[in-house]
Ligand binder design. Sequence first.
Ligand code: RIB
Length: 308
Amino acid sequence: MVLIAGSANLDFVVRAKHIPAPGETVLGSDLQTFPGGKGANQAVACARAGGVPVAMALALGRDAYAKVLIASLQSAGVVLHAQAFDDVASGTAFICVSDDAENAITVAPGANTRLLAAHLPALNAYRFLLMQLEIPLSTVLDSARLAHAAGLQVALNAAPAQALSPDLLELVDVLIVNEGELRAISKNQGSILDAMATLPCQSVVVTLGARGAVARQGQGLHYQGGFAVQAVDTTGAGDTFCGVLIAQLAAGQGMPEALQFAGAAAALSCTKPGAQSSIPENSEVQAFLAGRSAAVVSALQSYCEARA
Ligand code: RIB
């Protein structure tokens, strides 16, 4: 069973030709709202991947946004351990999505800043704890300590990027980062493989967008090429990857199989708008994988070996 401790945000999304540069105003589409937040997106991805029960510890305001966020998580089958606060709004995110499917995101964390390790349910029923960095770093560290002591595997998606203490990294069994986050944590300017090798975690998984992903597990390396899709919105693709990867590992799959399934789910999520609204069900990922193959990994390998 997987427990996610993390953020939930209502996403306010506007599409525009391009993401505005500093000082620039662009005219965009009508405003749309979607349930989001890295923690909640990963919980939904984990639940839709199937195979393991999924629960989430989160903090919300007592407001209309919270109702939307709770409904989306519950309809995906996530069991909630929610704290409700009267004096702070639920988390929100302001997202501009460009016509080439990229995004720029600003988060107003609101109630997410109130989540504490003390809000986690009893840990003995769980095999994995999955966290991100949209909740206080002290909560992440305290929760990792509790989970490690209780014998859980600790998984951390270190997003948004920030430097992390060795104390925390030593408690993390599975670290999932993109290239920017890897550089922020490792402070290593060599190749991606060099940077991965500096980290003490048992498994380090680096997502590389359309190129695919690479994982170091102990001394072994696994490459997964990207899947080509017609992308309309990449928001939540990284979260889809994280949630599905941990669901697969928790269900007993090996790292190569988990990387492939997570990569396919993340690619599929780019073909629909929104965060949680775009996360595929297990059956959709299976159908996608039956009809497609990933890009060959030789270019990905060269990219990971090249000095930055
Ligand atoms: O990773 C995408 C998510 O980042 C969005 O859903 C937004 O809420 C922010 O947390």
